[in-house]
Design a protein around this ligand. Sequence first.
Ligand SMILES: Nc1nc2c(ncn2[C@@H]2O[C@H](COP(=O)(O)OP(=O)(O)O)[C@@H](O)[C@H]2O)c(=O)[nH]1
Ligand SMILES: [Mg+2]
Length: 463
Amino acid sequence: MFENLTGKLQQALRKISGQGIMSESNISEATQEIRSALIDADVNYNVINEFVEDVKREALGAEVIQTVTPGQQFIKVVYDKLVSMMGEAAAPLELKKSPSVIMMIGLHGSGKTTSSAKIAAMLRKQNRRPLLVAADIYRPAAIDQLEILAREIEIPVYSDRNSSSVADIALSALKRARELNCDTVIVDTAGRLQIDQQMISELVSLKQSVSPDEILLVADAALGQQAVSVVDSFNKALGISGMILTKLDGDARGGSALSMRKVTGCPIKFVGVGEKIADLDVFHPDRMASRILGMGDIVSLVEKAAEEIDRKEAEKLRDKLMSKDFDLDDFLTQLRQMKKIGGIDSILKMLPGGAQLSATPGFDASALVGMEAMISSMTPKERANPEIIDFSRKKRITRGSARSIQELNELLTQFQTMQKILRQTSLIKKLMSGSLLPSLGAGMGSLKRGSNYTPPKKKKRRR
Ligand SMILES: Nc1nc2c(ncn2[C@@H]2O[C@H](COP(=O)(O)OP(=O)(O)O)[C@@H](O)[C@H]2O)c(=O)[nH]1
Ligand SMILES: [Mg+2]
């Protein structure tokens, strides 16, 4: 599947991957080719436009990583945007009630019955006890089909060939589930060739009778853009919780897998990749993007290079923190740096004992924002010599940063403490012993809350 799309994307990207400079014109050229590849794959037009704009903007604004080519970096941008187009992360089933109910809906032939059995088999592997329910009462053959599949995978099935009420069947099935000690009920419903009112009202009454944990819409990937309107109508009438795209092993062009999430706002939870029971995959946007691009090696190369830069920045920052002439100006630069390279947490992890600090109750990294505002309102002289900050300077600084005198006092006290401790050569020992950590933690927490800052009590040394 997707061979065509993959081929075209690779062609577009290969041209750019070796290029040493990323200019507006070669980015434009590459995105133009990507655009036409996506159009051919039947991706929704608006989604394509948004995607192309995002890629362009990000590619032009991206900071250059020395160890990879700009072209490779561009591929990573395309990959990232593909992942976010498909929903970032996998969306697991949310089964909360006991027994939980999953309702399978969709057009005739989309793969509801097959997918019901596939999900049952998958859930059993996760140590759940599923019960399949035959609620497609219009075709006896449909009930047979589910029973045969259920027998094959040795999962109990509930059916009632004499009932004409799907809601009743589902309620009786719930009872049966409790008797059999089953924890998940999967209701396979009837579909039609197109959406009609009778089918919808039947599904609505079914929904009302058993209030399902999940309503999964099963759609054939080959439907492409047409599937979007199907999803929309079902969603309006019933509120679906997720989608299963089936027949991705077939000649689907990929457009629905790529754009369904963006267009409908509904996550794709699983994909069907064959007729067999095992042919059901959890939908992982990142893996799918890798597969579609077929350039996973380049993507991980760029990821590694970017991580390396973060590591070096964090090391530089750590050295600075430990150097002797650390003043408020440095503090400000470091605060900004911290934000850029993924927050204080990433630096703390590298400091001896830092992991302990970020786990300290009351420690709140968001207090850094307030600190930044106050230091920004200081003059360079004040930053270099905080001791000259008298009352009138304090009034000016707090006005400029919209903070209280008390907050500023806390910052200064805290900075002094920090500076003093940082100047001591026994810093590492202190960090390791944890005695510095509670003081920083308490200080930052109280700054955030704006309460009185109480100097940290002497803590017993941890072992
Ligand atoms: N190749 C392939 N065939 C599938 C997939 N899912 C379902 N099918 C086939 O599609 C046909 C219709 O499936 P069925 O479950 O009966 O659809 P329903 O009418 O929605 O219940 C059957 O022949 C299935 O074997 C899939 O992911 N890949
Ligand atoms: Mg069926």
